[in-house]
Design a protein around this ligand. Structure first.
Ligand SMILES: Nc1ncnc2c1ncn2[C@@H]1O[C@H](COP(=O)(O)OP(=O)(O)OP(=O)(O)O)[C@@H](O)[C@H]1O
Ligand SMILES: [Mg+2]
Length: 162
């Protein structure tokens, strides 16, 4: 529901130069307990000397949260979550990478994950707006959001994630 509100509100964002590591660190603090409860090992690798990001810190924090929540939901019986900040070699901009060892995303599902209301999760309260909101925030900031997934055999076996 919170995502839905953010999606429809589309309020003008308040941008200023921000340190990506600080934003991501705040987001990690919000999910840390959930990760511990779920037996998920957290690996954080923050690059030093990243260029400041001209952004609305709350919105970019929301993007980080969406990615980490999805990652944790893909690992219901534990795994490893990597949260990495780095310099994008091609653009020279700061980048965030979130990796998990969860069930992965089948090739035929990949093109749809950023669609509003798309979800493969079965519980009633899903809006399927998490990644659609993240996509729209990143796009409004002139950034790029990409996904890469190679479900292994064992992981395919676990699909669909709940
Ligand atoms: N890390 C991930 N591992 C596996 N599947 C993922 C991952 N992230 C996203 N997905 C897939 O993309 C779909 C869309 O994600 P999105 O965050 O938009 O919606 P949701 O998580 O299903 O629901 P909501 O975020 O609104 O609660 C998910 O239902 C899932 O199938
Ligand atoms: Mg989600």
């Amino acid at each position: 529901m919170k995502n839905l509100l953010t999606f429809s509100r589309q309020k003008a964002s308040e941008r200023e130069p921000n340190d990506l590591n600080t934003i991501v660190d705040h987001a990690v603090l919000l999910v840390k307990h959930k990760l511990e409860m779920q037996n998920i090992e957290l690996v954080e690798r923050f690059a030093e000397g990243l260029p400041p990001v001209d952004c609305d810190a709350n919105q970019i924090q929301q993007v980080a949260l969406v990615l980490m929540m999805n990652a944790s939901e893909a690992m219901p019986s534990g795994g490893r979550l990597e949260v990495i900040t780095e310099l994008d070699g091609s653009t020279g901009e700061a980048a965030l990478r979130v990796k998990d060892t969860g069930c992965g995303i089948p090739q035929d599902v990949l093109p749809r994950i950023f669609d509003p209301f798309f979800t493969t999760k079965e519980d009633q309260n899903r809006t399927g707006l998490g990644l659609a909101v993240a996509y729209s925030i990143v796009e409004q900031h002139g950034g790029e959001i990409k996904v890469d997934s190679t479900p292994g055999r064992e992981r395919n076996f676990a699909w669909p994630c709940r």
